[in-house]
Ligand binder design. Structure first.
Ligand code: SAM
Length: 345
């Protein structure tokens, strides 16, 4: 009974420590792959506790490595744990864990950036979006160069209710470089407020749950690590396509120390920039002299709604890219200059 996990009472039998597993299977961290391992089971237990009650939950762990967090997840009474690991050196150690937890641990040698988790768990787990989150949870301590692009991809998936969110409002507990964790959770006016804060918070309830000092990892990274918990919102705070929101938010934050009208202006071709930026700000009822970090998600909602209307009126507007216009103007200037020079010869 216990082995089925139905009562959430499963405990792993005594096993070699993670440090011994690393030695046994010669799992030196690959520096170029930013592999930093958590060996302290009290810390991995804490990460898993912060994910919430995982009894009978189907968990998807990204990048299990030598399996520290994996052990804590298995001890949390989950229904099943699916791990996706890119580096084949970790597979024998994970197999040892799988043998110790019969029928509980499924190991996939693959890449989390392409793995299709929406096909991995039973269909019956799927819930309506408005319901409570499904019995599916994502947990992971990935290298920072993977976790940031992955969260952007998953936020887009939240907006489209696909990928891991085909099951409903799947919750995630993930680690990031501490500064990125702070940005993800930063509220309006906070000095860490950034593009990531708005993109995450218009779609999810975001909580920076705790910080792990860099010295807790082996080898020790240069930075501390933040654990962040995400729960997708039943109703996104901005109801426009992800790419449109991303474009507006990106433009605002590209001049983070200037007034917000400066970045917003770059959404429009130079010839109409002044007039259209003024119209956007006026219709959205946003003070042009607010700095990017002072804009709330509801300011961004108004800006995105009005920008969307402007795009509907002018079908070329969304494709407009000020960098291309700058390049074109520069080229035209150089050609004029070359022309002048050749005439004066
Ligand atoms: N989770 C383990 C821990 O906390 O000790 C390992 C952490 S280490 C920072 C990141 C792990 O993610 C490594 O095992 C690495 O091989 C794996 N990884 C990196 N990129 C990956 C990818 N794209 N897909 C799957 N695994 C990946």
């Amino acid at each position: 009974m216990a082995a089925s996990g139905a009562l959430g009472t499963f405990r792993l039998p005594p096993l070699p420590t993670i440090r011994e597993i690393i030695k046994l299977f010669k799992l030196q961290a690959a520096k170029q792959l930013s592999q930093n391992f958590l060996l302290d089971l009290r810390l991995t237990d804490k990460i898993v506790r912060k994910a919430g009650d995982l009894t009978n939950v189907y968990v998807y762990e990204v990048g299990p490595g030598p399996g520290g967090i994996t052990r804590s997840i298995l001890n949390a009474g989950v229904a099943e744990l699916l791990v996706v690991e890119k580096d084949s050196r970790f597979l024998p150690g994970l197999q040892m864990l799988s043998d110790a937890a019969p029928g509980k641990l499924r190991i996939v040698h693959g890449d989390v950036l392409t793995f299709k988790v929406e096909r991995a768990f039973p269909e019956s787990l799927k819930r309506q979006w408005e319901d409570d989150p499904p019995n599916v949870h994502i947990i992971g301590n990935l290298p920072f160069n993977v976790s940031t692009p992955l969260i952007i991809k998953w936020l887009e998936n939240v907006s489209q209710r696909e990928g891991p969110f085909a099951y409903g409002r799947t919750q995630m507990t993930l680690t990031f470089q501490k500064e990125v964790a702070e940005r993800l959770a930063a509220s309006t006016g906070n000095k860490q407020r950034s593009r990531l804060s708005v993109m995450a918070q218009y779609l999810c309830h975001v909580q920076h749950v705790f910080t792990i000092p860099g010295r807790a990892f082996v080898p020790k990274p240069e930075v501390d690590v933040g654990v962040v918990h995400f729960t997708p919102l039943t109703q996104p705070k901005i109801e426009q396509p992800f790419k449109l929101v991303e474009k507006v938010v990106q433009h605002v934050f590209q001049f983070r120390r200037k007034y917000c009208h400066r970045g917003l202006g770059m959404l429009f071709p130079e010839a109409q920039r002044l007039e259209r930026t003024g119209r956007l700000l006026q219709l959205a009822d946003v003070d042009p002299t607010l700095r990017p970090g002072q804009l709330s998600v509801s300011h961004f909602k108004s800006l995105c709604d009005v920008y969307r209307r402007m795009c509907d009126e002018d079908p070329h507007l969304f494709a407009y890219n000020f960098r291309e216009e700058l390049k074109k103007n520069k080229r035209a200037g150089q050609e004029r200059e070359a022309d002048r020079e050749s005439r004066s010869l």
